[in-house]
Every structure is written in C-alpha cells, then in structure tokens.
Design a protein. Sequence first.
Length: 700
Amino acid sequence: GVGMIVPDKKVDSVCPYCGVGCLLTYNVKDNKILHVEGRNGIANKGRLCVKGRYGFDYIHSPERLTVPLIRRDDVPKTALLDFDPGKPFEIFREATWDEALDFAAEGLKKIIAKDGKYALAGLGSAKGSNEEAYIFQKLIRTGFQTNNVDHCTRLCHASSVTAMLEGFGSGAVSNPMADVQKADVIIIIGANPTVNHPVGATWMKNAIKNGTKLILMDPRGSEMKRHAAQHVQFKPSSDVALLNAMMHVIVTEGLTDKEFIETRTEDFLTLKEHLQDYSPEVMSPICGVSAEQIRDVARMYANANNAMILWGMGISQHVHGTDNARCLISLCMITGQIGRDGTGLHPLRGQNNVQGASDVGLIPMVFPDYQPVTLEENQDRFRKLWNVEALDDKPGITTVEMMNAAYDGIIKGMYVEGENPAMSDPDVLHAREAMAKLEHFVVQDLFLTETAFYADVVLPAAANPEKTGTYSNSDRAVQMGRQAINPPGEAKQDWWIIQEIAKRLGLDWNYQGPKDIFNEMRQAMDSIAGITWERLENESVTYPCENEGDAGEPVIFKKDFPTVSGKVKLVPADIVSPDEQPDEEYPFVLITGRQLEHWHTGSMTRRATVLDSLEPEPWISVNMSDALKLGLEDGDILKLETRRGELQAKIKVSDNSPVGTVFMPFCYFEAAANVLTNAALDPAAKIAEVKYCAVKLSAV
Ligand code: SF4
C-alpha cells in the first residue's frame, strides 16, 4: 500500500501498562517501533486497548534521558516551580557512567557510615520486570542491610493484600479476570475497568452479553453502569456498612453455604454475631442505598451458582481499606463462592508488574514469596541463598512512612528506581519537601520526572521495549517481555545499573543477564520453582508451579487455603469514618483516580503523542447541579482547595460524579491532584486515603 513502511523485524512482548498483561508484537524498523499489534495471550486473545496499541512512542520522546546526570553544585533543591523537563542542563551536568555510579554509591555509603543503615531507603518499581524488582530488593536487603524497601503497591492494593494474607495466607487472585465469562453473577466494586483494565472490561461485557449479571457497586458512575443489572450507588466511604448489611441478609435468610463454612472457615460465629447490628434498614441511611436494593443484590450474589468479586482502588485506598477487603473476603467465603471456575476474589492490579514486584519481595515486611523477614527459618534460607552473614529481621518502613521519615530527617538517603513519588504520594507537597531535604538522592528513570528534579544523581534507564524480562499479570501469569530496540544514547538496562551499584557497595554479584536472575528467583520462591526460562520463551505460565512440568493453576484454593489450619479466618469489620470529613469550610468530597488514556503519574503516557493529544489537559468532574450552583459550565476553570494545597483546572460536567463530590485524575503535573489529598494511613496496611478528603470549590 501507499506509504506503508515494512518493518525489519517483529518482536513478541508484553504490554508495559496495566495488570491485564496483554501480549503484543512490536513492529520495528531502524531501532524505532512503527506500530503494535495484539497477539494471542491468555489474558487478551489478540485484543489491545488504546494504551497498548497507540501508547508506545514515549520511548522515542526527545525528553528521554540519554546520559547520566549529576546535580550542579549551584542549584538548590527548591520547590518544583519552573521545572522544565526538556532542559535538564539547567539543573544537572552530564557525567560518565563511572563517575555517576561512583557518586551514587559513595553518597549512600557515607550516610551508612555517618548515620547508620536505617537512614537509607529504596523504592523499586512495579513497571520493571520481576528480575529487576528481585535484585533491587536484594540490593536493599544485603547492600543497605535493612528492609526499608517498598514500591507503589503501598499506594494501591496494600490493604487488599493485608486482608488476604490475614484471612487466607495469600495475596494473589483466586481466579483470572477472564473467568467472568464462567460466572453467573459478578460484583465489581470500587473499580472502573473500562478505564483501568480495558481489555479485562471487554471480557466482562462479553460475559454480560451472554447472560452474566453485573452488580456494579460504586459511589461514582462509569461507562460500566450501562451494562449493570444493578448499580448500587452507595455514599463514598460507606463500604463496610453496605457489605455488612449484605452479609446480614445472607445470614438471616439462610443463604450461606453451610458446608463450606463448616469445613473451610474459622470464626464464623463471631462474624455472625457481629453482623446482627447491621440490618439493611439500619445501614440504609448510612450508605444511601435502599434496604430493598441491599436485599436484592445480597440474594443475587448468594444464590448464584458461580459468582465472582472484582475490586479496585475504591476499596483499597481508605483508612478502612483493610476492613473493606475483609468484608469482601467474608462475603465470598460465607457463600462458598470460591475454588471453582467463575468464582472467587480478584483485586484488579493496576500496573503491569505490581503482582510480580510484590511476589519477588519488593515490600518491607517479607522476603520473596511473602516469607516474613521476622521468621528465623526465612532468615536462614535467604542468608544461605544470598551468601551473607546477616539479614535484618526488623520489617522496614513503607512508601509514605519513608517520605515522612525523610521529612523528619530520619531517612537521609534514598534510591528510587522507576517510581514517581513526587506525583503519586498523597499530600505531595509534603513528599516533595521531604525529597528536597534528602542529603543524597539517587533516581533511575527514563525521564527527568518530577521526582528526578530533586535528585543528586540521575541514572538513565531502559524502557520496557528495550529490555528482556518476565512480568506477572493480575491473573498470576508469568509472561516474557522481549527486547525489541536498543536504549537511546548511553541509557542502560536497569538490571545492569542495579548490579553496578551493588558492586560499589561491596556485593559480589555476577549476573550475566535476566535469565541468571530468574534462575536464582526460582530457588527463592517455591511458587515459581517449576517454571523454566525456556518454557516462558514459548508460553505464559500461571503460578503456583512448584515442580517442572506442572501445568500451572489459573484457579486456586479448590481444596484448602495456604494457612496453618488450611481454613480461612473470617475477620469482622466495624464502621470507621474517613479521616477527614466535609465541613462548612471544605464542604465537598474529593475522589482521585485514573483515566483511560493516561497511566498513573503520566510519566510515560503524557509523552505518548497519540494518548496525550486525546487527553491533553487536567480536568475535574463535577455534577451538573453543583456546577449550576457555582454558576459554571463545561470548560470553565474551577479552583479546588484542601487543607494541604490548591490547584485549578477545567471542569467536565458529568453525572458520574454524585452531588457533593468531585473527581480528578492524578496524572497531570500541571495540576497534580495529590497536592490536595490526605496522607492519613490505614493502620494495618499503611495505605493512604487518596479516595476521600474534604475540598472547597470556587469559580475562578
Ligand atoms: Fe495494555 Fe492493559 Fe490495555 Fe492490555 S488492557 S493493552 S495490558 S493497558
């Protein structure tokens, strides 16, 4: 055809964006990606969404970092005011790799010598491969010699994982997303899959077309509501009231699965007694849903032959996020809706490798495969495997705690690989101030992100299509990502950079590439011990796969749970109020989230030309009646103010925002929604309440 450029090669890989884990093919010519096609992966069967199909040219952005950078002596770390990511030379000078790596490592070593090992912390990435995440946590544990290592799972599903580990000893999904097609009823709560897991959403819509009933439970409306048999539009933050009321109905009407409760659960009687106070009539005014609708949806779920629950950040990002997840677990267990096709629990994972990064131990309380750092047997296992004399047995601090500790001068040095806390942390002005206070800050990324602005040294890394490695999707499928092109300039592969830092901290690693690292991971993690690199070259494998040749297990918990008793512990939850309630001064509720065309802090998608031209500027979603009261129309400028900061953006009038609430995506650096959010933490999971804070609206 006219103008059709023929690629030199096609490289099979995996999408760099969301946790659905779509497989794709890069069409490459002259070290440039021409276009992307979907291929036949277990999660996507050839499908791709707009991000996967059109969001690839961020890698060719003129803003890519191509040489290591060291901060100029005369540039102070002040607020992110006139920062222009296109002009790194105003803040940094170019350095050789040797100089930059020496400088990075020396600064870290100096802090250990002066202030001790607890003055350092590291943030790894859910965007990198399993191998990168694994050696990053190994570097922190054996080089920094503490467990002060975390990643953005803390801002995302930490509360879900906390409740799941407590309840049934595993943080993984029970069934793959596409199992919705085998379910009679699905509950989607606190999630907007059309936007955040778009190909997953197509499976949901296919299922609905074939007769599956959708119960959509969300304070906000979304595109999914057109497909819902029931849209339960509860008041923001009233999840526990609503879910307890549903369970009250199920217990009082005898809709429980008695045999399942008897043989596979513990503490049902305590839960049953707890639920007595939560009748739909009493809970109805609290959650803003009629008692009748609560009864209807409770019966629909409990009476279904097979029913599945999928949830997202609307459940997890609250000070009661762990309680919310506890309720979903109990709802599922008292009805026995688990252990079969088309049932179970599926926390929808946001980033392409947030499941894998958690699995390989990029979290402060556990070694790889969720083995607690506090247990002597685990200490033993990893001392031997990593050939070190001592490992810290004290759990480390979490993402938001790290920033607070930096603010208070307790953490003095940090290494951040591929994350952007200057955009993603709650109360982000506070987090930015904390980063500005660091004595030594090493940042490794593709771009001069808002976070890199505060760095002392910036190490230019490789993008997803520039490296090979494995990724674990939301379904627990381990999949191979392959290098299609070379990194630009002197940018290097992340595993190489991490190993060079490790060397300079006195560690004797000698990995030749990701395959060596993967083979070590198999010794560290029973769940993937049976998966060979060679097999991943040919197919995706869903763990657990403990022995070579095991098929892998898309559906788990068929007979028992990985707890001491083999049973699930049912944990009752009380109603806990949000940390900050609307009042006269700040009368609205602010909900933050994501949007289809952009991904997380926007560091990649804002630099992807197609995606950014589709959604080029920040917006605030406001209900029509609230807009009328303010005298505003679509496109007018609105100012939002909270106790922590303020910003301005255009409004989009939308019924998806209920009266009294506004919604804003957090991907726009020019109006960063997290300037407004509340950093109050869930006490169990240390996740922040970015789904709820009090805000003031005014016309500009
Ligand atoms: Fe990529 Fe997710 Fe879109 Fe699939 S659904 S193409 S994994 S962003």
